[in-house]
Design a protein around this ligand. Structure first.
Ligand code: SAJ
Length: 422
């Protein structure tokens, strides 16, 4: 059976571009979101998130009548769940557990309109076993329909996990070009999911089972986290041994089988700093390396803050006539990675917030991708790079934005967490 109407539950960074891609292939798409502002904005043909090229695609899809947004699910032939999977509240130092309540409420909404022959796909990054849990929630809500966990290939409803894998900032291109991992609960579930994604995916759709698909997504982001932790640990070791870590990594990377990633102020964003915990919380005794990598990366902002304190102390020893109030610090970058405006879960922002709490002198912030400072930093000064370079006594590089890389500075008081001015 082909898919005439496709519903996407959750119109955020993944759901909205996915909905728009289906609509751009002239499928009737119903986007569902609990955020009324998002629904209203999309129905005006506009977007509530920042992602290159997405505004154009959404505008065309809405004005041509292929995409509409609603608050309550409506009947469709396929449902894609793309809602957040945050952490449950947790104590400092404890292992965070995933919170599946957004997925559960998406299932409750879908269950009301589900009919025989429908396909349900979980796209949200999820712990192993979540797809089976989705199937159970739907079965509990709809005892009149049969599901793959009991009816196998003959089930009324097909269910699969197909994790999103796109890079923020390149979502539109990667949605089309990346390979997809398709984890159906049965072979028929997988085959139907492949048929759906082939509407716009040009990459390969590789079939596996649901649990392996869940673990594949977590593995990709954990692999990157472990590799970044290795680079961050090297940067701390090199600082102690008075070795330039950037030179060291570029030398080591000349080996044909070595490819070390880059150290930085820590790991930010909603994915790499989160997903490894889904493995650790499921298998805490076994996931030792993945757990340690998380701790190494999470501790890096504190290490940077301590470097700033030491630099201030050294400056005051060298300039006994001055006090901390006389020292102006310039912080370069607030975003969680280069050349984007996204400050969510940004180690750079965390570091600047922390310095702002203790430093008595001026703090200048240079962030070319934003026009106003976030509320928590509203007492600081957002300035352009030239002013910061001229005025500040201590320069702290936190993000390797292209604007920063294009310029060279020469100062003694420099803490460069990205190695662009060292
Ligand atoms: N980072 C470093 N050093 C590096 C590379 C990155 O410190 O050498 C830092 C960045 O500055 C940033 C963080 O890591 O703070 C994460 O950035 P990222 O570019 O590695 O990844 P994300 O979080 O933007 O997107 C990741 C991607 N996953 C992988 O590359 C394996 C993306 O494909 C996923 O779809 C996305 O997570 C997701 O949604 O899970």
């Amino acid at each position: 059976m082909s898919f005439e109407t496709i519903s996407v539950i959750g119109l955020g960074y993944i759901g909205l571009p996915t909905a728009a891609m289906f609509a751009s292939r002239k499928k009737k798409v119903i986007g569902v979101d609990v955020n009324k502002l998002a629904v209203d904005t999309i129905n005006l043909g506009q977007i509530h998130i920042v992602e290159p090229d997405l505004d154009m695609i959404v505008h065309a899809a809405v004005t041509e009548g292929y995409l509409k947004a609603v608050s309550i699910p409506e009947p469709a032939d396929a449902f894609l769940i793309a809602v957040p999977t945050p952490f449950m509240p947790f104590e400092d130092g404890a292992i965070p557990e995933p919170d599946l309540s957004y997925i559960e409420s998406a299932c409750n909404g879908i269950a009301q309109v589900l009919k025989q022959g429908d396909l349900v796909i979980l796209e949200s990054t999820s712990p192993v076993g979540a797809t089976e849990q989705v199937a159970q929630w739907l079965a509990d809500a709809r005892p009149d329909l049969s599901f793959p966990q009991t009816a196998g290939e003959d089930a009324d409803i097909n269910i699969a996990h197909c994790p999103e894998r796109v890079l923020p900032g390149q979502v539109v291109r990667e949605l089309v070009e990346n390979d997809r991992v398709i984890g159906g609960m049965t072979a028929k579930c997988s085959a139907r999911a492949v048929e759906l994604y082939k509407t716009f995916v040009q990459g390969d759709c590789v079939i596996t089972n649901a649990r392996t698909a869940e673990m594949a997504k977590l593995t990709e982001n954990s692999c990157r986290d472990v590799q970044i932790a290795f680079a961050n640990e090297l940067s701390i070791i090199c600082d102690k041994l008075d070795i330039d870590v950037w030179e060291l990594i570029s030398l080591a990377n000349r080996h044909p089988r070595i490819n070390i990633l880059q150290p930085g102020p820590g790991v930010g964003g909603h994915c790499i700093a989160v997903d490894p915990w889904f493995i650790v919380s499921k298998t805490p005794s076994e996931a030792k390396l993945i757990h340690t990598a998380r701790l190494v990366n999470d501790s890096k902002p504190k290490w940077v803050i301590n470097k700033v304190k030491l630099a201030i102390a050294d400056y005051l020893i060298a300039n006994p006539e001055k006090t901390a109030k006389d020292i102006t610090i310039a912080c370069y970058g607030l975003a969680f990675k280069p050349d984007i405006d996204d400050l969510r879960e940004s180690p750079a922002k965390e570091i600047v917030c922390c310095i702002a709490k203790t430093h008595k002198g001026r703090i200048l912030v240079v962030e070319p991708n934003i026009q106003v400072l976030p509320e928590v930093l509203s007492t600081l000064e957002l300035v352009d790079m030239q002013d910061a370079l001229e005025i500040a006594d201590l320069h702290l590089v936190l993000v390797d934005h292209k604007e920063f890389k294009q310029c060279k500075i020469n100062t003694k008081l420099l803490i460069d967490t990205k190695g662009i001015w060292n």
